[in-house]
Ligand binder design. Structure first.
Ligand code: HEM
Length: 400
């Protein structure tokens, strides 16, 4: 139910249909489907994200349905990855992984990412056409994140399916509830075993890196160590798949692919604009812990918020002509594609490396890349905060 406040609120689904109309009328709107206030203006979003002590990221409903709680007890952490933690725990846990995710240190994975990308293209290049989402954009991030974390990349499909209960790609959200519950138990048992192995047998991966940090004195339980890894797959794989698929479909549709994929600088600049233009994460939830204001409007303690990154990144007060995909756009880096503040995307440097490699391998291997003639309409999939497209059918020139 809409709260009675002195600022104008409307009950509307328009946010996802006409962002500009929403922003110009009201910044904060009550949404009956999202069951909270939608924060749509760039400045208001920044205000919320910069005050994590006022606006909590902790989930408001218990993480698992009641019947599953005893089954998961002691085996599956109640909070996965970092998104669901407030401070002081959030910063302590983020410290365990932060120094792993710096661009300079991630460069060592580039040759392996390129190898995996070429291997996937080898599988379909002779066909002259493919659904790039399923043959390329979907498997690659899972294989890469598995590699970086220290899991077996050959098990990428199993990893994706095991996380079905917690979300992920539509094709992985299959099976009975019993199978999905078992999937969560299986993936956590697999990672827990690897964590124990790496305690004495360190490798160049994230599981070992966390052990190194613990050895240096970082306080962390085995359960918290476990919480970091499957959550990383959840946070990183669908987002990267969707960003590449949606981004490529825009570039091809608008005839910008050749220019965007020309060289490293063009790919870098095009990618940053795509991250602004098309939000793979439409927004995230927060809760006001105390009575406060946003953009001068009063907000009651306990109010649920949906911080609409897709709207903030298209706010004309921050980005001139925001609905134009301008791959030469200057000063685009303040977009909200990776969020902002203490919860800003941890994997952003890895996502940037991966997406740029994907663009360069596709440009090199698929000459004359174009949308397939039979594929004219982009169908969007929305699942919770994630946005993607169901397929990306393309064709390219074969050697004569
Ligand atoms: C957080 C987007 C790729 C790991 C976030 C947030 C956004 C985001 C918007 C902020 C959430 C919030 O405000 O609550 C994206 C997009 C990606 C991507 C668009 C791809 C294009 C990745 C990858 C990884 C990753 C590849 C890891 C391998 C995380 C983690 C957080 C996060 C762990 C939580 C950080 C924290 O709470 O401290 N991401 N992400 N993401 N992302 Fe990403």
């Amino acid at each position: 139910m809409a709260r009675k406040l002195s600022c104008p609120f409307a009950d509307s689904r328009a946010l996802f249909e006409d962002l500009s109309a929403v922003r110009s009328k009201h910044s904060l709107q009550h949404d009956s489907v999202l069951k909270g206030l939608v924060i749509s203006r760039y400045s208001d979003i920044v205000e919320v994200l910069d005050k994590p002590e006022t606006f909590s990221s902790k989930p408001t409903i218990p993480p698992f349905p009641e019947p599953v709680r005893p089954i998961f007890a002691g085996k599956v952490p109640e909070k996965s990855t970092l998104l669901n933690w407030d401070n002081p725990d959030h910063d302590r846990l983020r410290l365990s992984v932060a120094s792993f995710f710096v661009p300079r240190r991630l460069q060592r994975f580039e040759p392996e990412i390129k190898r995996l990308a070429h291997e996937l293209v080898d599988g379909f290049v002779a066909d002259g056409k493919a659904d790039l989402k399923h043959s390329f954009a979907l498997p690659l991030p899972l294989k890469v994140i598995a590699t970086v974390a220290g899991l077996d990349p050959a098990r990428w499909q199993w990893l994706g399916r095991s996380l079905a209960l917690f979300g992920g790609h539509a094709e992985f959200r299959t099976g009975t509830i019993h199978e999905q519950v078992q999937g969560i138990l299986d993936i956590h048992a697999y990672v827990a075993e690897l964590i124990q192995e790496r305690k004495t047998d360190r490798r160049d991966d994230l599981i070992s890196h966390i052990w190194n940090e613990r050895d240096k004195g970082l306080e962390m339980t085995d359960m918290e160590h476990l919480a970091m890894i499957p959550g990383l797959l959840l946070a990183g794989h669908e987002t990267t798949t969707n960003l590449l698929s949606m981004g490529m479909s825009h570039l091809l549709h608008l005839g910008l692919w050749e220019k965007a994929s020309k060289d490293d600088d063009s790919r870098k600049s095009a990618l940053e604009e795509l991250l602004r233009f098309e939000s793979a994460v439409t927004g995230m939830r927060r809760e006001a812990l105390v009575e406060t204001t946003i953009g001068g409007c009063p907000v009651a303690a306990g109010t649920q918020l949906f911080v609409a990154y897709n709207s903030g990144s298209r706010d004309p007060t921050r980005f001139p002509m925001p609905d134009v995909l301008d791959i030469d756009r200057q000063s685009v880096t303040q977009h909200l594609g990776f969020g902002r503040g203490i919860h800003a995307c941890l994997g952003a440097p890895l996502a940037r490396i991966l997406l740029q490699i994907e663009m360069s391998v596709l440009a090199e291997r698929l000459p004359g890349l174009r949308l397939d003639e039979e594929y004219s309409e982009i169908e969007y999939d929305h699942v919770h905060e994630a946005r993607g497209i169901s397929k990306l059918e393309v064709a390219w020139e074969l050697p004569v």
